[in-house]
Design a protein. Structure first.
Length: 342
């Protein structure tokens, strides 16, 4: 076994000291206005001190009607910037890189209290979201509304870097709005945003271009891509891995700094260790030097090291294992120090 886990790697404009990333985990700790609370800061301070090279902070909604839950952090207005600075300061004080996820939930509304006054969330098509437990019939987005929607991601990203983040990650998985466009199960549009994958991915590409143009190359622009609507061991349905390989290749050609791989309508959970490895490897196989993150069920250093050595991915994401034990990276480093010295 080699030492890839502790080797530095360049991700866009920043050098990461090791291959470990804190995967975004929504904490539901915001105020009702989407501002971080003492609890949000406490969790992020623990991550900042954990030894990961990069933290991808939980999804922030680009508009208050784009929240999945009421207690979700927002990057929807300039007022949030000074509050977010307190969060990013925790990272700079602890020498840990940090970017933040920008998201619009579309029709994946998970909080009943959001459904007031006949309000209807937006979606590519008037179809109930297959993963939404509530009765929510979305309003289909009009073609002329698309540019404003794209701009919401760009403006939220600008606020993020003003607050001190080193960049952003565009949330394009887990069945949220961009994932709803990617999947033929939720996108049955007849215009240039529906039909074949090049049309279903158009919204994602437009968001990527707008964010990149707004942030310039000084900042990281990452995409968390839903590789498919089914898990690797399931019968394929909806968005397929072959389609998302094409999307990933296009994003790589467009200059994306980091591709972070998870599921789309199938969500983020699976069984066993490294349960998305087949998808991650398939995508890594077509994107050349673009760094790829593999996440999902990685709890042991040997698993992480093996994925890196086999070239399945360039970085590994730790979600729940890190939240269970914020010292996990230090434990891995210490327990393997002797081995690596040999
Ligand atoms: C409670 C919870 C909240 C999550 N919130 C987010 C999120 O905000 N953004 C995101 O992309 N993934 C989110 N995820 C998915 C995780 O980033 C990660 O992909 C998943 O937990 C699998 O990795 P793990 O096995 O290391 O936990 C969440 C997962 C959990 C359990």
């Amino acid at each position: 076994m080699g030492k890839v886990l502790w080797q530095p790697i360049q991700v866009g404009p920043i050098e990461l000291k090791n291959r470990l990333i804190s995967a975004p985990i929504a904490t539901s700790t915001s105020t009702k206005d989407g501002l971080p609370t003492a609890d949000t800061l406490d969790i992020n301070e623990k991550i900042a001190k954990s030894g990961v090279a990069l933290s991808i902070v939980e999804h922030h909604a680009v508009h208050k009607e784009g929240r999945t839950r009421l207690r979700q952090l927002l990057l929807d207005r300039d007022e949030v910037v000074s509050y977010q600075q307190r969060l990013t300061d925790l990272y700079s004080n602890n020498d840990c890189n940090v970017i933040v996820q920008v998201n619009h939930a579309g029709s994946l509304v998970q909080d009943e209290d959001m459904l007031v006054d006949d309000w209807a969330p937006i979606a590519p098509s008037a179809l109930r979201h297959p993963c939404c437990a509530l009765y929510v019939m979305p309003r289909p987005i009009k073609l002329e509304e698309m540019p404003d929607l794209v701009e919401l991601y760009a403006q939220a990203s600008l606020r993020a870097v003003k607050a001190g983040y080193r960049g952003v990650e565009i949330h394009a998985c887990h069945g949220y709005l961009i994932g709803q466009f990617l999947s033929p199960l939720t996108n049955q549009r007849k215009d240039k945003y529906g039909g074949e994958i090049k049309n279903r991915a158009r919204f994602l590409f437009e968001v990527y271009e707008a964010v990149r143009d707004t942030l310039s190359d000084e900042y990281v622009v990452a995409v968390r891509l839903g590789a498919a609507d089914s898990l690797p061991n399931e019968e394929p349905k909806g968005l397929t891995i072959d389609e998302s390989k094409w999307v990933a290749k296009e994003l790589s050609a467009m200059g994306v700094d980091l591709l972070d791989i998870s599921g789309n309508l199938c969500g983020y959970d699976g069984e066993g260790s490294a349960y998305f490895a087949d998808y991650v490897a398939a995508i890594k196989g077509v994107v050349g030097n673009t760094p790829v993150v593999g996440t999902g069920g990685i709890t042991e250093p040997a698993t992480a090291e093996a994925l890196l050595e086999k070239g399945v991915c360039d970085l590994v994401g730790l979600g729940r294992a890190l939240r269970k034990n914020y010292k996990i990276v230090h434990v891995w480093e210490e327990s393997h120090a002797d081995f690596y010295k040999r």
